[in-house]
Write a protein that binds this ligand. Structure first.
Ligand code: SAH
Length: 483
């Protein structure tokens, strides 16, 4: 080991920072965060040190560095960019027996500042002993994604209870088990849900239940995470969704969840597909509900993974009601819904200024409702309409919108397999679709985007193939665009 890892308490302690430029400003910000009283030595201050948020938060000695200045300091940082001055600082510290960090110069440094992941009070420091800062940075990025922001709050919850935990569980192995259970179960869930005081209470309850004096049985730790997988491109997962599928014991997923996303699921997690895409066998909803409850009752972390966003035509509410009734804790992780993913990857700004005042997420399925045709209510106005589940009803949807008042020339973009490598964007108009065959033969999941903004795909497309007229794709001559 080249360096001894150590965390310094610098609260209200004097620290000398030599240099007044941009490099010094980055170290200054970090030192101030640690509560140090910083004196900056520099003949002049650069832009960053003389403007907010740093200006005025340190003492400035308007001078060149002199060795006597290191007296009384806890730590010295040299950031002058002038190696001769930096070497002078390092030599003065060496004589005084003081740790010195010379920025980007491990040879002159007796202390190095690691890359950090800050989830205070939890702080992770990574160092390559100055040999490969890029590698340390890479490791840091990996940890940044793996250790979510809730870890700081979790550390606070544990700190508050620490003495009581030690008193109640004097045996170290019992304590380890307790921490393991608490961190995998409801305490961590509550912290992630932003309910820190309830997490305190849950920890106390778990402590009472687990103390040797108590005969209460430990509470079940199972829970369900309802997670949006986005429209297909795994890059569109949220960090939270990624963490969820990597900590899941079991993943219950839809047919719409792409292979690319499924490839990121923890390797030894069980996978349960519950619906086939495109009208194949579909597990009845009641059966899915019962399965989720049973798996959580086994104490498992269950991820219910859905295409797009779980609350957009995702039956999210139905499943959550069942879980709530069964007393199973749950969390919801949003995903990029198909309309938003398709719009971005097809080059269609859903609320383009001048073209559309708003956008609506609709489903063609409402046509079956006893209440009447749900689409008709959205025929007027110039809002962009994003119509889900409409592949087999393109003609009906177009006719309904025409009857309800949309002009025949209204542009339509059909985005099939949005955000996936096979994405196709087919352009048409309401008039053309209404006059065409009932089903133009699209095979993959398709979203229908209606409105002037849909025409912008021709100009703004960037992903996969360029938009193609629907009629051409279907082997017919395109109709004249009606005026
Ligand atoms: N919860 C999902 C929607 C489920 S309904 C979401 O938020 O996206 C299923 C419909 O979503 C499909 O019929 C199709 O219209 C649309 N859809 C889902 N993924 C799609 C994709 N990759 N490309 C185009 N449409 C998609």
């Amino acid at each position: 080991m080249d360096y001894f890892p150590l965390f310094l308490d610098l609260r209200s302690r004097p620290v000398l920072l030599v240099g007044g430029g941009a490099v010094a400003s980055r170290k200054l910000a970090l030192l101030l965060e640690a509560g140090a009283h910083v004196t900056v030595v520099a003949p002049a201050l650069g832009e960053a040190l003389s403007s907010p948020p740093l200006a005025g938060r340190f003492a400035w000695r308007e001078a060149r560095f002199e060795p006597a200045m290191v007296g009384g300091q806890r730590l010295v940082v040299a950031a002058t960019g002038d190696r001769a001055v930096n070497a002078e600082v390092a030599a003065a510290c060496e004589r005084a027996g003081l740790p010195v960090n010379v920025v980007d110069d491990p040879e002159l440094s007796s202390a190095i500042v690691p890359a950090i992941v800050d989830r205070s009070p939890l702080v992770i420091a990574i160092s390559s002993a100055g040999t490969a800062p890029m590698l340390a940075r890479l490791v840091r990025e990996k940890l940044e994604t793996a250790i979510d922001e809730s870890f700081g709050a979790l550390a606070r919850v544990l700190a508050r209870a620490r003495r009581r935990i030690v008193a109640a569980l004097p045996d170290a192995a019992a304590r380890r088990r307790f921490y393991g259970d608490a961190l995998a179960g409801p305490v961590a869930s509550l912290v992630r849900a932003g309910r820190e005081s309830e997490a305190d209470a849950a920890l106390e309850r778990a402590l009472v239940a687990s103390s040797p004096a108590s005969d209460a049985t430990a509470p079940a730790r199972g829970r369900v995470l309802l997670v949006g997988a986005g429209p297909g491109d795994p890059g569109l997962l949220t960090l939270r969704a990624l963490r969820a599928i990597q900590e899941a014991d079991v993943v219950v997923h839809d047919g719409l969840v792409s292979d690319g996303v499924l490839a990121l699921v923890r390797r030894d997690a069980r996978r349960i597909p519950v619906a086939k895409q495109g009208g194949g066998a579909q597990v009845p909803q009641a059966e899915i509900d019962a399965r989720l409850v049973a798996l959580a009752r086994e104490g498992l972390t269950v991820v219910r993974l859905k295409g797009g966003d779980p609350f957009v035509f995702g039956r999210g509410a139905e499943e959550l009601r069942v879980l709530r009734a069964a007393g199973i804790p749950y969390e919801v992780v949003p995903g990029i819904t198909a309309a938003v993913g398709a719009a971005a990857y097809a080059g269609i700004p859903l609320t383009d200024r001048g073209n559309a005042a708003g956008a609506r997420l609709l489903t063609a399925r409402r046509a079956d409702d006893a209440a009447g045709d749900g689409l008709a209510a959205h025929g007027a106005g110039d809002d962009t309409l994003a119509i889900y589940m409409g592949r087999a009803r393109l003609r009906d949807s177009a006719r309904t919108l025409l009857r309800a008042g949309r002009p025949a020339a209204t542009p339509v973009a059909l985005v099939e397999h949005a955000t996936r490598p096979q994405q196709r964007v087919l352009t048409s108009t309401l008039g053309e679709l209404a006059a065409g065959p009932p089903d133009p033969g699209l095979a993959g999941p398709t979203i229908m985007i209606v409105g002037e903004a849909a025409a912008l795909a021709a100009e703004l497309h960037w992903f996969a193939g360029a938009p193609q007229p629907l009629a051409v794709a279907a082997g017919r001559a395109p109709l004249e665009r009606a005026s």
